[in-house]
Design a protein around this ligand. Structure first.
Ligand SMILES: O=C(O)CCC(=O)C(=O)O
Length: 281
């Protein structure tokens, strides 16, 4: 997308995109953000690797190889991430794809895989990690560097958002932390039995976005390549989202931090700002 403005971003979404998103749970929007955004977010990634934020996971601190680094919840303290959340058009595209009138923001998640990273992103669903329920909840994962599936890009179990499953969260860095309290079914070992699943992966160029349902099973290999892989995921809550804090979910934003109440729509403009409102059809 040219320029930095979110205006008209929803116009990029066609009926075909909506149909694929509804059926498969994931759709790729090529060139969803401009090169200018890509440069700015890559600079943020450099800064985060140098001086990590408060909500980081890191398999190999300080290393320039074999390192999976993630940093979350930067939107209120990093102006570039804040501008991206409100101005990149991801909210408008997410709302259009989810067929939701609105999109509220949940959190940002920067993911860096240095060259020759052994740690895969384990197969997982996002929704069990999060204190929400609802079918209109998705991520916009934007590639800031090129990546092939063979190297480090994302893969999905197509259609698994329709399975009605709610699998225990998987740790990205081997530390169970808050997830230990989760009571529920373990994620099946997709990697060990790939042929049994309908797996789809996407090679990406800088600026391409993968929008996917929070119920969809997804993962990625480590990084077999010799180039850094950087992506920024933003998380979006649609009209049917309800606040659902539960044992074993991410405690970063909990009951004490929000006016949202269990079982109710999270109309908390400060914690979950309303970023997109689509015009009525
Ligand atoms: O970038 C990755 O490897 C994982 C991303 C992911 O799981 C997500 O954005 O939900």
């Amino acid at each position: 997308m040219s320029g930095l403005q979110a205006a008209d971003a929803a116009d990029r979404i066609t009926q075909k995109h909506r149909t694929v998103f509804a059926a498969d749970g994931v759709v790729k929007i090529a060139d969803a953000v401009s090169g200018e955004w890509v440069e700015r977010i890559l600079e943020v990634a450099e800064q985060q690797l140098r001086v990590p934020g408060d909500w980081v996971s890191d398999t190999n601190p300080g290393a320039t190889e074999n390192r999976l680094f993630t940093s979350r919840y930067r939107w209120e303290v990093d102006p570039v991430i804040g501008e991206f959340v409100f101005g990149s058009g991801m909210a408008q595209m997410a709302a259009a794809l989810m067929e939701s009138r609105t999109a509220r923001f949940y959190f940002d998640h920067l993911l860096v895989k240095e060259p020759r990273t052994a740690s895969p992103t384990p197969w997982h669903q996002d929704i069990p990690y999060w204190p929400f329920l609802g079918k209109q909840i998705c991520s916009a994962w934007v590639a800031m560097t090129a990546a092939t599936v063979a190297e480090s890009s994302l893969e999905f179990v197509r259609g698994s958002h329709h399975w009605d499953s709610y699998y225990a969260p998987e740790s990205f860095d081997g530390k169970r932390g808050f997830m230990a309290a989760f009571e529920g079914e373990k994620m099946p070992d997709v990697e060990a039995d790939r042929a049994a699943y309908d797996i789809v992966g996407f090679d990406v160029e800088p600026g391409d976005a993968l929008f996917f349902s929070s119920w969809l099973i997804h993962g990625s290999p480590g990084n077999a390549g010799d180039r850094r892989r950087v992506a920024l995921s933003t998380r979006w809550l649609g009209d049917d989202a309800v606040w659902h804090p539960h044992p074993g979910c991410d405690p970063t934003v909990g009951d004490a931090d929000t006016t949202a109440r269990a079982g109710e729509y999270p109309a908390d403009d400060r914690r979950f700002p309303l970023v997109a409102v689509q015009a009525a059809a």
